[in-house]
Design a protein. Sequence first.
Length: 206
Amino acid sequence: MIALFASALASFLVIIDPPGCAPIFASLTAGTSAEHRRKMALRSSLIAWCILLFFALLGRPLLHALGITLASFRLAGGIMLFIIALEMVFERRTQRREERAHSVEGADDISVFPMAIPMIAGPGSIATAMLLTSRAEGVGETAIVLGAMSLVILLTLAALLAAGPLMRLIGVKLEAMITRILGVILAALAAQFVVDGLRQSFPGLR
């Protein structure tokens, strides 16, 4: 049981990568209020947990019934994530936030997209949840896998809550530079999602 929990915990930690999500979350919520950031962190973590729980328990039967493959998730998630990356590189999100006067009501809601999906509950974490639960034998092992998944989501929430204050300490200019760098990294990640999706859809591609 301990070995199963450790294996599941390591798998979800590597795939979800809580420390990697934190600076992206800070960049997407820069200039908004602390209350708004807390709401976005809590909501994105909760939504991601619900998505992973759903696919862990019912994912494979649903996708099979609808004729949808994980490759399709990778393609769609990659395209949407690439759009967000372009906005980060060219500071379009910053311009919109300034026009909306940084109000909570007008601030961008990034809890569902891109944070909950595909950043936290992306194709990789969804596939991991489905794979680990499909390999589990009995209710006990399934509960262990779900417990490991829930712990990683809690760690992700903690990382998101701590991201804002840490990013503010480094200053506006450095934050803008980091935002552009993260945008480029996000673009590369999005491109990798698309490439992986194409390879899965067309095995003959290299």
